[in-house]
Ligand binder design. Structure first.
Ligand SMILES: C[S@@+](CC[C@H](N)C(=O)[O-])C[C@H]1O[C@@H](n2cnc3c(N)ncnc32)[C@H](O)[C@@H]1O
Length: 306
């Protein structure tokens, strides 16, 4: 099986990697409707509806039950993941950080729904059609950002700092960065470049939150691809074909947490398995997607770059 990805490929929210952002928003919409204790994203369902993929709209709005299409564990992971990043940003801004950068913002609505301290600037970076769609759609819905929201329409495999600086980013000030649900869609060397760039642009006391996926053991990736194919087949039967196994980049790569630690970041982390348990949610079973071992990591930059 070959990847459909290539250097310079682009997408909107209904195609290629962009559809994964819409699917993440579907999970948030279902999770929000089911239980607002951990996640309350009122913009997820209207954003999915605006993308216009009929099945995803019906799932997000509750017209179609998730049974068999969106597994309970995907909904539970959406809850704990949203909570992890929400808490990260609220803690970071409570320490006085006023500059936030959300890398690969997709349909994330934090710039519209978190209670940001006055004076917080939130930069959102994603592909041009993704950024433009969300800005336009939320404006049409009458949503108002709860921070000074600025966008940079970029490809994160390229030289994105120029666009970030042009939007007003100041590398001399501490920043809270997130890269949520992004890294597996970057080639390994682009992941390293991105983390190097984040480090270079981070004044002392900056913070970062992202995911660490352990490198695969023999056979792991075949099982992951088969599991993704099974999910895609279920969607395909309902006229939506995300072909998910072909969107990621596979093979060995530097693990995020040690890579960042080597560059002066002091990180802590928790696995998805432990996070589900900590929130009293059911454990993972048959984890062919290797979700349980993903660790959400966050920390502070307190040294200079090596
Ligand atoms: C799984 S979605 C996650 C979106 C969002 N962070 C969330 O958790 O809902 C992956 C996101 O990464 C973005 N992305 C992936 N590769 C990218 C690239 N090379 N440049 C810009 N954005 C990229 C996609 O457009 C998409 O919005």
């Amino acid at each position: 099986m070959t990847s459909t990805r290539h250097d310079g490929d682009t997408w909107d929210l209904a195609s290629s990697v962009g559809a994964t952002a819409t699917m993440a928003a579907v999970a948030r919409a279902i999770a929000t409707r089911a239980d607002r204790r951990l996640i309350d994203d009122p913009f997820a369902a209207p954003l999915v509806r605006a993308v216009g993929i009929d099945l995803l709209t019906r799932l997000a709005t509750g017209d179609v039950p998730p049974d068999g299409l969106v597994e309970q564990v995907a909904i539970d992971v959406a809850k704990v993941r949203a909570r992890f990043y929400d808490e990260f940003f609220l803690e970071a801004t409570n320490t006085g950080i006023t500059q936030v950068v959300i890398l690969a913002s997709g349909l994330d609505s934090r710039a519209y729904r978190l209670p940001w301290p006055i004076g917080t600037v939130v930069y959102e970076l994603d592909q041009p059609r993704v950024v433009e769609f969300k800005t336009r759609t939320l404006a049409a819905l009458g949503a108002v950002p709860t921070a000074d929201r600025r966008v940079a329409a970029v490809d994160l495999r390229d030289d994105w700092p120029a666009a970030l600086r042009a939007a007003g980013f100041d590398p001399a000030r501490p920043t809270a960065w997130s890269a949520e649900g992004l890294l597996g869609y970057l080639p390994p060397e682009a992941q390293d470049r991105l983390l190097d760039t984040v480090t270079e642009l981070s004044a002392p006391e900056s913070r970062v939150a992202t995911e660490n996926r352990p490198n695969p053991k023999p056979g792991d990736e075949d099982r992951t691809k088969e599991a993704l194919n099974r999910i895609s087949e279920r969607w395909r039967a309902h006229s939506f074909d995300p072909d998910m196994a072909r969107l990621r980049y596979y093979g060995e790569r530097n693990e995020t947490a040690p890579y960042l630690a080597d560059r002066g970041w002091a990180l802590t982390g928790i696995s998805v398995r432990d996070l589900l348990a900590a929130h009293g949610l059911p454990p993972l079973r048959d984890d062919d997607l290797r979700m349980g071992d993903v660790r959400y990591v966050s920390g502070v930059r307190n040294k200079t770059t090596k």
